[in-house]
Ligand binder design. Sequence first.
Ligand SMILES: Nc1ncnc2c1ncn2[C@@H]1O[C@H](COP(=O)(O)OP(=O)(O)OP(=O)(O)O)[C@@H](O)[C@H]1O
Length: 275
Amino acid sequence: MPYPSRPPPPPAESPFRGREPDGLRLSGVHFSHADGQPVFQGLDLAVAPGEFVVVLGPSGCGKSTLLNLLSGFLPPDRGRVELNDVAVRPEMPELGYVFQSPHLFPWLNALDNVRFGLRMQGLLTPRQQADKALHYLRLVGLEAAAHKLPHQLSGGMRQRVALARALAPEPALLLADEPFAALDAMSRRHMNEELLRLWSALGQTVVFVTHDIDEAVFLADRVVVLGRAPRGIDCELLIDLPRPRQLPQTQRLPRFHALRDQLLDRIDHVTTQPA
Ligand SMILES: Nc1ncnc2c1ncn2[C@@H]1O[C@H](COP(=O)(O)OP(=O)(O)OP(=O)(O)O)[C@@H](O)[C@H]1O
């Protein structure tokens, strides 16, 4: 299966410029959990290097399972999951994760939480790790909170630390499982803008799971809608809104509403489909 057409290359200052492109591909993937219920039966999906793909679908359709397959945490029963034509493994340095809950180490301050992945990589001196961690904290607007412990931060700030921690090792592929679902509406909007700003500066490939149709349209190059398990992909929609995108300007565009309505209809359809 060919990769979809490639989005524009990352900007000149991107740490990803000049690297081999990181394309992700699932081919003929079959997967059942231990209880034997099939979740996917022959799933094919290709994500182009630098593409921002959002996965939507009704509860239980397999969104988290898909991310776990993409990260190599779950091996497929049949078929292949490959990053740059190599079978994915969770420890690959190209992979970064952000989850619904920030999972920070409570005994480490914000800076050391962000530094953690860099220490594990073992590529930088402690001074370089601290500088880089501080750089990413600055990118998410938390430089002033560098020495605060997680319990001294708001939910939104903790999630920003988690995002900085995922981005600091400069993963070429970011996998995000409803990372902003627990935030209030204002923080969520802010984080969506923040993520797009970082992504347009860094240029990673992103696969992002959400239940929120507005969030999907605002973020994505392409939305993949999953039908009820084990149907797999129901449809895909290219999001042809101009970038850079900003709230609320993007949400005022008639095209935004047209795309959102198309997705709403499709989600209604797949949700009411018989099992
Ligand atoms: N560890 C597990 N053992 C057995 N079945 C599981 C396990 N995890 C998920 N499932 C089942 O696999 C299917 C897909 O689950 P998954 O969590 O991937 O869905 P989802 O689309 O992410 O759901 P939600 O939107 O509610 O988070 C569901 O039927 C679920 O009950």
